[in-house]
Design a protein around this ligand. Structure first.
Ligand code: ADP
Ligand code: MG
Length: 346
C-alpha cells in the first residue's frame, strides 16, 4: 500500500513484532505490582499473596479465520483456547475470561448462538468462568477478542527469559499438523470455488483438521511437570511456529541454541500429508504455527526425571550467551534458525 506522504511510514515495513516494540518502547511501569509488563505470553500482576497472569488475543475474520470452512462453534472454542494457551505458557492455570465480539448484520441469532456454544464448550472443558465482555457492530467481518486470566504462586511462574546455557529444550505433543489442516481446507476451498457442486474431500484428515479448527490448550502441562518435580527455566506457547518461539526464548534469555530437526515430534499423518503437498514436514513444524503446544527449557539436572515421559520430547539444547541460534538439519548441516512463521500483518 502506497502512503500519501513520503514522510509517513507504512506499518507493513515494521512487521508485527517491530510494530509492538515501537509502540511500547516508552511504556512506563508505575505500579510495583506490575511484575511483568509487555513482552511475554501474559502480563503478571502481584496481588499480595499471589499473582495474576493476564492475556488477550483477537481473532479477525479473513485474517485469522475464513468462515467458508470454519464452523462457528469451532471458532468460539478456538478463540477461548488460544488465550488459555498463553496462560498455560506462564505455568499458570486459567480460571476466567471475558469475551468481546463485533458482528455485522450478516450474522443471524442462530449463528451467534453457535459461536457461543463453542465458547461455552471450552469453558466447560477447561473449567473457566465467563464473567463479561462487550458486544458491538462491525461494518466488515466478525471480530472476537478474549481476555483470560488465572492466579498462581509467584515462584511458580515461568517466563520467556530464564533459559540458561546447557539447559535442554523440550516440547509437548507434536508439531506441524495445524498448518497441514489449513493446507487441506485451502485446497478444498479452491476446488469448491471452481465448482460449487463438488463436495470437499476431507476423509482421513480428522486429526490435522481438528488441530487447526479446535486446538486444545496444554493446561495439563503445569500438573504434569509438577508431578515430575520439574520447573522449566523458560516457557512459551507455539502459536507462530517453533522457530519463531525458540528465537523469542533465546533472545529474551540472551542465549544461543541448537535445535535438531530430526528430533522434532511429528504425527505420522503430518508426515504423509506434508509429502502429498510436496512440503517438508519439519518445515511445517518450524514455520507453520497454530500448534498451541508448549516449548520449554529445563536444567540438565532434571533430565532423568523427564526422559521416559511420553508427553514431552527433547529437541535441542541452549548454548552460551552470545552464541548462535542454530538449526541442525537431519543430514547434519548447521544453518541459522530464522523466524519465517506467519506474520499477522502480512
Ligand atoms: P502471543 O503470541 O503470545 O499472544 P504477541 O506476539 O501477540 O504474544 O505479543 C507479544 C507481547 O506484546 C505480549 O506481551 C503482548 O501483550 C504485547 N502486545 C501485543 N500487542 C500490543 C499492543 N497493541 N500494545 C501493547 N502491547 C502489546
Ligand atoms: Mg503466546
Amino acid at each position: 500500500m502506497e502512503t500519501q506522504n513520503a514522510s509517513l511510514t507504512n506499518i507493513d515495513s515494521l512487521g508485527e513484532f517491530g510494530l509492538i516494540e515501537h509502540l511500547t518502547k516508552h511504556n512506563e511501569t508505575r505500579h510495583t505490582t506490575t511484575v511483568k509488563s509487555v513482552g511475554d505470553d501474559c502480563a503478571i500482576i502481584d496481588n499480595g499473596n499471589n499473582i495474576t497472569a493476564i492475556t488477550t488475543d483477537m481473532l479477525v475474520e479473513n485474517v485469522h479465520f475464513d468462515l467458508i470452512y470454519t464452523p462457528l462453534k469451532h471458532l468460539g472454542y478456538k478463540a477461548v483456547a488460544v488465550n488459555l494457551s498463553d496462560i498455560a505458557a506462564m505455568n499458570v492455570t486459567p480460571t476466567h475470561i471475558t469475551v468481546s465480539i463485533a458482528l455485522s448484520s450478516k450474522f443471524t441469532l442462530e449463528a451467534v448462538e453457535e459461536l457461543y456454544a463453542g465458547i461455552y464448550l471450552a469453558c466447560e472443558k477447561y473449567k473457566i468462568d465467563l464473567v463479561g465482555g462487550d458486544t458491538t457492530t462491525s461494518l466488515s467481518g466478525l471480530v472476537i477478542s478474549v481476555t483470560a486470566w488465572g492466579n498462581a504462586q509467584k515462584d511458580e511462574v515461568v517466563y520467556r527469559n530464564g533459559a540458561q546455557e546447557n539447559d535442554l529444550i523440550f516440547v509437548s505433543g507434536d508439531l506441524g499438523a495445524a498448518y497441514l489442516g489449513l493446507q487441506i481446507l485451502e485446497r478444498e476451498k479452491q476446488i469448491f470455488l471452481e465448482n460449487s457442486k463438488t463436495q470437499p474431500d476431507l476423509e482421513g484428515n480428522d486429526y490435522l483438521l481438528q488441530r487447526l479448527l479446535k486446538p486444545e490448550p496444554r493446561t495439563d502441562v503445569k500438573d504434569m511437570l509438577h508431578q515430575l518435580n520439574i520447573k522449566p527455566t523458560a516457557m512459551i506457547d507455539i502459536s507462530d511456529g517453533l522457530s519463531s518461539e525458540l528465537l523469542h526464548i533465546c533472545k529474551q534469555s540472551n542465549v544461543g541454541c541448537n535445535l535438531y530437526e530430526e528430533k522434532i515430534p511429528l504425527d505420522p499423518t503430518t508426515i504423509t500429508v506434508a509429502r502429498d503437498f510436496n512440503l517438508d514436514p519439519s518445515v511445517c513444524a518450524l514455520n507453520g504455527g497454530e500448534d498451541y503446544e508448549l516449548l520449554f527449557t529445563l536444567s540438565m539436572n532434571d533430565y532423568d526425571k523427564i526422559k521416559g515421559s511420553p508427553n514431552f520430547t527433547a529437541i535441542g539444547n541452549i548454548t552460551a550467551v552470545g552464541t548462535a541460534m542454530n538449526l541442525i538439519s537431519s543430514s547434519g548441516v548447521i544453518t541459522p534458525l530464522i523466524a519465517q512463521g506467519w506474520n499477522a500483518l502480512s
